[in-house]
Design a protein around this ligand. Structure first.
Ligand SMILES: NC(=O)c1ccc[n+]([C@@H]2O[C@H](COP(=O)([O-])OP(=O)(O)OC[C@H]3O[C@@H](n4cnc5c(N)ncnc54)[C@H](O)[C@@H]3O)[C@@H](O)[C@H]2O)c1
Length: 460
């Protein structure tokens, strides 16, 4: 994206947005950013916790006179029309207010789907931050947007949009994509002086890691030994699988294994690890989405939950030149890794909002199709009547292990994980079984309808 073009297109226009989940962790980063840049302003902010949202707005420097708590759609519309920011508790209050684009960030699959669908039906563009919604209804929402001449897009600053963008960049250049992916949320930081290893706020003894800091000749054996050394830490997250499902649907890349590989890797090794098995790497095939755990020393910079693409090298002289300049190549020179070691959340999302409204463009990717299914396997025996509650920072579903299946390998009746979240089991499910649509009752019917619509356009 040429950012000067966005400035030029903006002219005197201020792009306005509505934001759901506006008091949340993600939303704050966008709201704070919109305070320091020209050409972008909030119109309606929606959160269940309106007093908390009000307080947040004051903390971010909004004047009291700019803020109006609205309790009807008409009040919200009137507040926005006179230049104030409407604060509302219910997504139903968004419908009458004038604004250009909805940023959906509640993380709630059914609510987020309704908010996005209503916005698209009401002539507004949608930037989808709630990957949970996207994993179930993204294909259908993109179709709806297209029919209505609007943009439905992932949001720059979060890994799906960043990775979809990197993928389309590589494709445009004709690079052959072997694997794309991201690092897990938190690095594994090993301190050779103490033999201890830290992941966020957990520290374990991992003295064996000192001998495992280089890949050696047997990559598989080294990765297995590293995984063993950090076995006490939980490294995989439902959120990672969910993000990769969104990426798969926009790129056509699919998981190599349903639990994703999660190798423990140093940045400089990525091109050796994400190579085909025949070349000493871990992959069974190419065109893969995956997640790795970034291993580093305390003084090394973080991968910062960033994104990468491993491509095949072609002209050896070109890539030898690039290797001399510091780019990451595999030891045999056949693979290269290009990476962006950042994801700046809402700090970068304004780029998407301006591109969508001013240029009618989605951030990376074209029309998504259901290339992968984010599903769930019972991780213990679950009895009929169990409510599949979703909770925690990573929106795990209690009793259910997230798995990512290539759509071609998913049985027709597979339930998408975030349709199952919040639903009740209609029958017993044995540990290890995939949750199916027939297993569910009490799910959101509109969300199920969107899932089915998305499948219908995805199947040849
Ligand atoms: N926090 C992050 O690091 C991060 C990064 C990228 C993307 N995301 C995504 O952003 C979304 C939100 O995550 P978060 O971390 O900001 O969550 P959060 O729990 O901090 O915030 C969610 C907000 O949504 C509000 N909310 C929930 N249901 C609502 C409803 N029905 N109507 C109105 N408001 C409602 C809650 O009150 C809360 O303030 C998720 O989809 C998440 O995956 C989060």
């Amino acid at each position: 994206m040429n950012h000067e073009l966005l400035f030029a297109a903006a002219g005197d226009k201020t792009v306005t947005f509505a934001l759901t989940g506006a008091k949340g962790g993600f939303a704050r980063t966008l709201l704070a950013q919109s305070r320091v840049m020209p050409g972008l302003a909030p119109a309606v902010l929606c959160d269940l916790d309106v007093p908390g949202l009000h307080e947040l707005c004051r903390e971010l420097g909004f004047a009291e006179s700019e803020l109006v708590v609205a309790t009807t759609p008409a009040e919200a519309a009137a507040a926005v029309e006179r230049g104030a920011v409407a604060l509302v508790a219910d997504i139903a209050l968004l419908t009458a207010a004038p604004y250009d684009i909805l940023v959906e960030a509640t993380g709630n699959p059914a609510v987020g789907h309704t908010a996005a669908r209503d916005a698209l039906t009401g002539g507004k563009h949608v930037a989808m931050v709630s990957k949970e919604v996207d994993s179930v209804a993204g294909v259908a929402l993109a179709q709806l947007a297209e029919r209505n001449g609007l943009v439905y897009t992932t949001a720059d600053g979060d890994q799906p949009a960043n990775l979809i963008g990197l993928h389309s960049w590589a494709r445009l250049l004709g690079l052959e994509i072997v694997a794309i992916g991201k690092s897990g949320e938190y690095d594994l930081v090993f301190d050779p002086e103490t033999g201890r290893l830290t992941q966020l706020d957990e520290t374990i003894d991992a003295p064996g890691m000192a001998e495992l800091l280089t890949l050696g000749t047997d990559v598989g054996a080294t990765l297995a030994a590293r995984a063993e050394a950090v076995a006490a830490l939980r490294r995989s997250a439902t959120a990672d699988h969910c993000e990769m499902s969104v990426v798969a649907n926009s790129t056509g890349c699919v998981p190599d294994v349903e639990s994703l590989h999660y190798p423990v890797v140093r940045t400089a090794e990525l091109a050796d690890v994400y190579a085909l098995r025949a070349d000493g790497g871990i992959l069974n095939g190419t065109g893969v989405v995956d997640v790795f755990s970034a291993l580093r020393l305390p003084e090394e910079a973080s991968f910062a939950g960033g994104v990468f693409a491993v491509v095949r090298t072609h002209d050896p002289v070109t890539w030898a030149t690039l290797a001399q300049k510091g780019h990451v190549l595999s030891r045999d020179g056949r693979y290269a890794c290009i990476y962006l070691p950042y994801h700046l959340m809402g700090v970068e999302t304004p780029i998407t909002l301006l591109s969508a409204v001013l240029h009618g463009r989605a951030s990376g990717g074209g029309a998504p199709r259901q290339y992968a299914v984010l599903a769930g396997r019972a991780d213990r025996d679950l009895a009929a009547g169990t409510v599949l509650t979703m909770g925690g920072h990573h929106h795990d579903v209690d009793g259910v292990q997230a798995v990512l299946l290539p759509a071609a390998q998913a049985p027709d009746d597979t339930a998408p994980l975030y349709l199952a979240a919040g639903a009740t089991l209609a029958r017993d499910v044995v540990a290890g079984e995939l949750i199916t649509l027939d297993d569910l009752t009490g799910h959101d019917e509109d969300l199920l309808g969107a899932w089915r619509d998305g499948l219908a356009v995805s199947r040849p």
